[in-house]
Design a protein around this ligand. Sequence first.
Ligand code: HEM
Length: 285
Amino acid sequence: MFSLIQDRRGRFSSLRAITLAILVVPGLRLGVLWAMGDLGGRPVREVTHGTGDFAVYFLLASLAITPFRTVLDWQRLVPLRRMIGVAAASYAGIHLMLYVIDQRYDLIKVATEIALRFYLTIGFVTFLGLLALAITSTDGWMKRLGRRWKTLHKLAYPLAALALFHYFLQSKADVTAAVFVAGLFLWEMIWRLTSRASRLHWWPLPLIAIGAAVATAAVEALWYGLATRIDPIKVLSANLDLSYGPRPAVWILICALGLSAIAAVTRWRQSRVSQTTDKRRAVLL
Ligand code: HEM
C-alpha cells in the first residue's frame, strides 16, 4: 500500500498520494452512504451504477494521460497511468460483485443473464479484458512480454469503446451522461489520429475540440435515430438551442476549448522562459 505513494526511487510522491485519494474516495463515499442507509430503496442498484460510472471515468482518465502529458507538457503524469488503469479494473470488479449480490448470489442466474442479455455480455467481455490488462500491468509482466506488452495494452482503446457501448445500452431512454463520456473518448481518439509533429503544438487543439464536438453530436443523433423513434435532425438541432441548458456536444466543445487555452498559455510561458535563458546565455558569452 505504502509503495503506491512512493516514486520509483522510494521517495514520497504527493502527486501519487493525491491520485490515490481521488481513486479511492468515490468508492469510500458510496460505501459510507450505503452503510448510513442514504441510498434509497435499492442501495445495491445505486452502488452498481456508481461503481460502473467510476470504472468508465478512470478507464478514460488512464487513456487521457498520454494526450495530457503532451498537451500540458507534464511528464510526471506518466507513472500514474498504471495506478489509474488498475483502479478502473477494480471498480469494474466491484461492479460485477454487486451485480452478483443483487442476484442474491445465484451464480447460475448471473451466468445465464450474462449469456442472454447483450449489454451484460458486452460488460463481461470488457471486464475480462480489463482484468487481463490489470494483471499484466506489473514490471515483471512487462519484461516477460517484451514488445508484445505494448500491443496487448493497446487493447485498452477497444475496451473503452466496449465499456461505453455497455453504458449506452443500459441507459434506456436518456443517454445524455453516456454521450458526454463518449465525447471525451472521441476527443482522445481524434487527438491520437493527428500527426505526431502537430501534437507538439497547441494550435491543432481548437480544431480537435470542434471535431470532437461534431462527432459527439453525430453519435447522439445516431443513437436516438437507431435506438428510439426520435428524429435525429431534431436531436442535432437541439445542440443549437441552449434554453434547456447545453447538450453534451456543447459541453465537450467548452471543455476541449478550455484545454486548448491552457495548452496555449503553457506553450507561451515555455517560449518566454527559453527566450530569457537564451538572452542570459548571450550576455554571459
Ligand atoms: C462484469 C460484467 C458486468 C456486469 C454484470 C454489469 C452489470 C451492470 C448492471 C446490472 C448495470 C445497471 C443496469 C440497470 O440499472 O438497468 C450496469 C450499469 C453500468 N455499467 Fe456495468 N456491468 C459489467 C461490466 C461493466 C464494466 C467493465 C464497465 C466499465 C468499465 C461497466 C460500466 C457500467 C456503467 C457506466 C453503467 C451505468 C451506470 C449509470 O447509469 O450511472 N460495467 N452494469
